[in-house]
Write a protein that binds this ligand. Structure first.
Ligand SMILES: Nc1ncnc2c1ncn2[C@@H]1O[C@H](COP(=O)(O)OP(=O)(O)OP(=O)(O)O)[C@@H](O)[C@H]1O
Length: 473
């Protein structure tokens, strides 16, 4: 879901995380002192390393930057003749970057160097990634640039890395998706459409079945502007319809009509977890640990169902956790979901927000189910602090920091239980093999502190201003 990304880019909710009362203290809370807003990563917070030069320093800074890149990213070519070749795009994958892009120093050129793709230079500068950082982490800089400029997701890990779910895998063949897309006008079956959300690809409406008025649904309407859009929707439909899990939004049917595709699904009328988190932030409040444990438990159960089908969600974040007024939490948005058995992923769509992304994904390494575990850890931090780490950074710099710093953590760890800290630490391991599996996390003692669904429903109703005794219609 891109809506928040757009909002974030516009800096609309750039507020420092403050020490806030818990949900239990929502009423009558006293203001507490703000945390100093340090980087959630190690001591060298981003503010300390960002290159703060003004415009007057730009030419020098640019040349320094190029020099760093020439020296470190593009390994010197042994063949002198070859190294004299200037500009030879296109940009290749990072592992071959030195073979495809040759750069040489030219004191007569306005910038100092030739051969560096200009948009790379501009991207680094705009993102505030400084010379020293590039020098220190040349390969990471190359990786994030490659990912940012050519955001094909890296290949999924090969089968021998995926033993975790082999036994209970039910990777059944699905009927072709086109056979379940009805070529009919959805208005024949649904009425009272009311817009409830807007996504990157279209709008989402709630609606009522004409035949069965108790049956209320959510309908995502996407304009079929190209074959790519059609294929992306087919992927989403295919993923959704194959997963029957209480913690995954249910797919009902799809219609193709009048150059639009309509995806009809279960209605989660209380909106996204982001809405709950934002409401609490507006009231200088955050989720209690028991509510965070509940969220983690529900997301883990959803992921367990997805992974059992050898699929990876790849976009776990609060925007994609939908809620209802009975306290249910379900994973939504399968636009990025991937089927493990596909040896090479063919997606070419621009990748969404990077703040929840696992380091191996950004670095273009083969990856597996553990990317969802990392994102769950970021989601838990988001619940605790109102937003994911690095949200104040540009996406490119955030990606760079995710790959170069140690795992993110809580801003004020002392305020949280040892069990929660341990849970986070198990999710947020840089090395995927050291990261806990979904099964291990489902057994983690932190989840024993989870609130009941009823308590969660109470909080959701409070945040959405729906009285407890009123059944929601
Ligand atoms: N099943 C649903 N029930 C209730 N609300 C929903 C449902 N699905 C989506 N929404 C709401 O509609 C909004 C947009 O959803 P959508 O999935 O289109 O977002 P997106 O991920 O940004 O878009 P896209 O998939 O096109 O990238 C969500 O933020 C959510 O609040």
């Amino acid at each position: 879901m891109f809506s928040r990304f757009l909002k974030d880019s516009n800096q609309e909710h750039k507020q420092a995380i403050v020490e806030k009362p818990t949900v239990g203290e929502l009423h009558g809370a006293t203001d507490k002192e703000n945390d100093s807003h340090t980087s959630p990563f190690s001591e060298s917070g981003s503010s300390k390393i960002s290159q703060g030069s003004g415009d007057e320093n730009l030419p020098k800074r640019k040349i320094d930057l190029y020099r760093a890149i020439v020296r470190k990213i593009f390994t010197p070519l042994e063949n002198q003749e070859e190294s004299r070749l200037a500009i030879s795009a296109p940009i290749s994958s990072p592992s071959q970057v030195s073979h495809k892009v040759h750069v040489e120093y030219d004191p007569n050129s306005s910038t100092g160097f030739v051969g560096l793709p200009p948009h790379w230079e501009q991207l680094l500068l705009n993102a505030g990634i400084g010379t020293q950082e590039v020098e220190q982490y040349p390969q990471e800089a190359a990786d994030v640039l490659r990912f940012h400029t050519k955001p094909n997701l890296p290949p999924i890990a090969t089968d021998d890395m995926l033993s975790a779910y082999d036994d209970d895998c039910t990777n059944e063949e699905l009927s072709p998706v086109c056979s379940i897309i009805l070529q009919q006008d959805p208005y024949t079956f649904y009425k009272d459409l009311k817009k409830i959300g807007e996504g990157a690809s279209g709008s989402v409406y709630k609606a009522t079945s004409i035949d069965c008025p108790q049956h209320r649904v959510a309908m995502k309407k996407v304009k079929l502007t190209s074959q790519t859009v059609h294929e992306a929707m087919e992927t989403e439909i295919n993923m959704m319809r194959s997963i029957q899990n209480d913690n995954v939004v249910r797919f009902y049917e799809a219609y193709e009509w009048d150059e639009h595709l309509w995806l009809v699904m279960e209605l989660l009328e209380a909106g996204s977890l982001t809405d709950i988190i934002y409401f609490l932030m507006e009231h200088k409040c955050y989720l209690d640990e028991k509510h965070i444990a509940f969220v983690c438990q529900e997301v883990l159960k959803g992921l367990e169902g997805i992974h059992a089908l050898r699929r990876i969600h790849r976009d776990v974040k609060s925007d994609n956790v939908l809620t209802d007024f009975d306290g249910h939490m379900k994973l939504a948005d399968f636009g990025y979901c991937a089927q493990i058995s596909n040896e090479k992923l063919k997606r070419t769509t621009v990748v969404g927000t990077p703040y929840w992304m696992a380091p191996e994904l950004i670095r273009g390494k083969p990856y597996d189910y553990k990317v969802d575990v990392w994102s769950l850890g970021i989601l838990a931090l988001e619940c605790a602090e109102g937003e994911p780490p690095l949200l104040h950074e540009t996406p490119l710099r955030a990606m760079f920091l995710i790959t170069t710093r140690g795992p993110p953590g809580l801003k004020s760890p002392d305020r949280w239980s040892a069990l929660f800290r341990d849970f986070l630490q198990k999710c947020l391991q840089i090395e995927p093999s050291k990261r806990a599996s979904i099964k291990e996390l489902l057994l983690h003692p932190f989840l024993k502190s989870a609130s009941s669904r009823k308590e969660m429903a109470k909080l959701i109703r409070l945040c959405r201003k729906v009285p407890e005794h009123v059944p929601f219609m």
